[in-house]
Design a protein around this ligand. Structure first.
Ligand SMILES: [Fe+2]
Ligand SMILES: [Fe+2]
Length: 292
């Protein structure tokens, strides 16, 4: 990316900061008909079983799953900040990337605070990532090389962006969550723009093996995030019988839904640098139900 372009992004970040304290109308309570998550994103909608739920159970499912999504992003952003702190130590303070990443860090910390506030606002009780999620997340940001971590982060940011778009545009979504999603969308748009340009130096002319490696990185990160959303405990919380059975049903349903609703821009991005080939395409189809 041209230096002037990065300078432009830094300037916007400094001159038009979006503060969750003032941007989000925290004092507006939800209306009785408000949704916390558009139905098309919850794990059960689409199944005949979903129609047997009471309106209250449907709304509660949306609330718990929205909390889970926000918690997962906050958690992954905290991991990314850990990496960025490590990475900027390798740069000089007059370096334009250094200055952009500092702005990104500031924004990411504000996002984490905003998500935490939104979770508390919804009276949410997030379910923690598993030990395996923790080990893999920490290993990635502490030990993997910069290109691999930026690629991983970009995958998660693009996912957050898609989810945010659905929330922002959902006609019945609670206004506080709409504004949380809007703020996040605007700032992540700049991060994504920067990271894509940053990664071009690695993906441009990359070998078959390297392109396959990047493709798997994106795939596993998306897969990894997806497994943080649908949780058995939530079905017990909303009073459904046999949460184990419901969990199996919901996980399967969500896999397909996710492939349809949430992968478009990610697939475009991977396709741009030839990340789909005979070594990777089958895994995208099998694990993410992607149309590639
Ligand atoms: Fe963020
Ligand atoms: Fe970001």
């Amino acid at each position: 990316m041209e230096v002037q372009e990065v300078e432009r992004l830094i300037k916007i970040s400094k001159e038009k900061p979006l503060l969750p304290e003032t941007f989000v109308p925290w004092n507006i309570p939800p209306l009785p008909d408000d949704e916390f998550l558009p139905e098309k994103l919850n794990s059960l909608a689409g199944l005949a079983f979903y129609d047997t739920l009471t309106p209250d159970q449907k709304r509660e499912l949306g609330r718990h799953e929205a909390v889970q999504v926000m918690y997962s992003y906050g958690w992954s952003e905290a991991l990314f900040c850990l990496f960025m702190n490590r990475y900027i130590l390798t740069l000089q303070p007059d370096n334009v990337e250094y200055r952009f990443l500092l702005r990104e860090l500031i924004e990411e910390f504000r996002h984490q605070e905003m998500f935490a506030q939104a979770i508390a606002h919804l009276n949410g009780k997030p379910i923690k990532p598993t030990r395996l999620h923790n080990i893999m997340g920490q290993f990635t940001v502490k030990f993997m090389p910069a290109d691999a971590v930026f690629m991983s982060c970009l995958a998660v940011e693009m996912m957050a962006d898609l989810y945010g778009n659905h929330l922002r545009k959902g006609a019945k979504v609670y206004v506080v969550l709409k504004k949380v999603a809007e703020l996040h969308n605007i700032e992540e748009g700049r991060h994504i723009h920067f990271t894509k340009a940053f990664l071009k130096r690695y993906t441009h002319n990359a070998s078959f093996i390297r392109r396959s490696f990047y493709s798997y990185l994106v795939l596993f990160n998306v897969f990894f995030m997806r497994t943080l959303y649908v949780k058995k405990e939530i079905f017990a919380r909303i009073g459904l019988e046999n949460p184990d059975v419901v969990f199996k049903m919901a996980s399967k349903n969500y896999q397909y839904k996710f492939g349809q609703e949430c992968l478009k821009t990610i697939v475009q991005f991977v396709d741009e640098w030839g990340g789909f080939n005979k070594a990777t395409r089958w895994a995208w189809r099998l694990l993410l139900k992607a149309n590639v």
